[in-house]
Design a protein around this ligand. Structure first.
Ligand SMILES: NC(=O)c1ccc[n+]([C@@H]2O[C@H](COP(=O)([O-])OP(=O)(O)OC[C@H]3O[C@@H](n4cnc5c(N)ncnc54)[C@H](OP(=O)(O)O)[C@@H]3O)[C@@H](O)[C@H]2O)c1
Length: 338
């Protein structure tokens, strides 16, 4: 591809502008089997060349390993990148293999210091609450996050997998720049309530897993047989067995539209998410995850894909037919609490 830089979109009501597609960095250290470190570093550099400026990580990705891995890249390009990280998935002292959701003040304060240390930067550009701990009022959690802004430790606030009601309550305490939630041709539950609330409040939507964790690209057909033992997708009901077989059939219209555009199914999946910005009238900055520079190019090129009304109509029924939930425990998602 040429070195055409991707367009930009605002991150929250008062900016800054970021590349209209970000880069999900989780898979470079965590969740989807081993990734090649050199290829991942090349992917980061290539993304920046193409105008991708929002880089997404979390303290939970590899228990801090992902933040540490990204640190040299961020430091080398500090003024060009917007660093997004997250707190809330704590490791209990008695069992390092488990995660518990925590939104309380002492935990947030500990988490932000640890992320700043691992990233080795003075300030986090966008700090998300990764998951909602319903035992803590959201106003209290965002109150602590707002203190971090006042103290200069973080610049903007974000929330992941919150309901519309939680978003409104949080936004009343401190402006929320971004909501990060799963949004793809396979996962459209946020369109009912979260997206309209985000539009009303001037919040940017950051769709995660816009490629359905790779399933929409056809890169695997059944997580149980095609992916390695520790791969997180083996825990997700929709990617195995009878569900996966039924869901593979749903990829046909995506392939047909891809052929008509002479692009890949991944590019149609990303083009569709991007186009939801116009459909719903709010900034949308998807963060496809890849550890490969060639796929960074392919994904960035999808920002130029324009689907016709007829094509959107062809793709419209897919999400309603998906077999199996996106998580084994949906109480961790906004849809599970709405
Ligand atoms: N807030 C949350 O709770 C939450 C949850 C999940 C993810 N996230 C964030 O969102 C980011 C993206 O989500 P995700 O990584 O789960 O899913 P995704 O972006 O839907 O898909 C990533 C998968 O697709 C593959 N892939 C990427 N581009 C491709 C292409 N052009 N062709 C074929 N395969 C391609 C990747 O493999 P390769 O690496 O081999 O290319 C990876 O296995 C994550 O990195 C993370 O930062 C947030």
């Amino acid at each position: 591809m040429t070195d055409r830089r991707i367009p930009t979109a605002p991150l929250g009501e008062n900016g800054p502008e970021v590349g209209v597609q970000g880069l999900g960095c989780m898979g470079m250290s965590f969740a989807y089997g081993p990734a090649d470190a050199d290829a991942s570093r090349a992917a980061l550099e290539r993304a920046l060349e193409l105008g991708v400026t929002l880089y997404d990580t979390a303290d939970a990705y590899g228990a801090g390993e992902n933040e540490k891995f990204l640190s040299p890249f961020f430091k080398a390009h500090r003024d060009e990148v917007v660093i997004a990280t997250k707190f809330a998935l704590a490791i209990p002292p008695d069992d390092p293999t488990r995660r518990v959701i925590r939104n309380d003040a002492p935990y947030i304060r500990e988490a932000v210091e640890a992320s700043l240390r691992r990233l080795d930067v003075d300030v986090i550009d966008l700090y998300y609450m990764h998951r909602r701990d319903v035992s803590v009022p959201i106003e209290d959690t965002v109150g602590v996050m707002a203190e971090l802004v006042r103290e200069g430790k973080v610049k903007q606030l974000g929330l992941s997998e919150v309901t519309a009601a939680e978003l409104r309550a949080a936004h009343a305490v401190h402006p929320i720049a971004a909501v990060q939630s799963e949004w793809s041709l396979f996962s459209r539950d946020i369109e009912a309530q979260v997206v309209p609330a985000a539009r009303e409040l001037g919040v940017t939507l950051v769709p995660y897993s816009p490629l359905g964790r790779g399933f929409l690209t056809g890169s695997f057909a059944d997580a149980a047989t095609d992916l390695t033992a520790g791969d997180f997708r083996r825990q997700q009901p929709r990617y195995q067995g009878a569900n996966a077989a039924a869901n593979a059939v749903l990829l046909e219209p995506i392939r047909a539209v891809a052929e008509a555009h002479s692009v890949t199914p991944a590019q149609i999946a990303l083009g569709w998410v991007q186009q939801q910005s116009r459909v719903h009238g709010l900034p949308v900055v998807p963060i496809p995850g890849t550890s490969k520079p060639g796929r960074v190019e392919e994904n960035a090129a999808a920002t130029a894909v324009e689907l016709t009304g007829q094509e959107l109509a062809l793709l419209e029924p897919i999400a309603g037919k998906v077999a199996g939930d996106r998580y084994a425990d949906m109480s961790f998602t906004s849809a599970g609490r709405e």
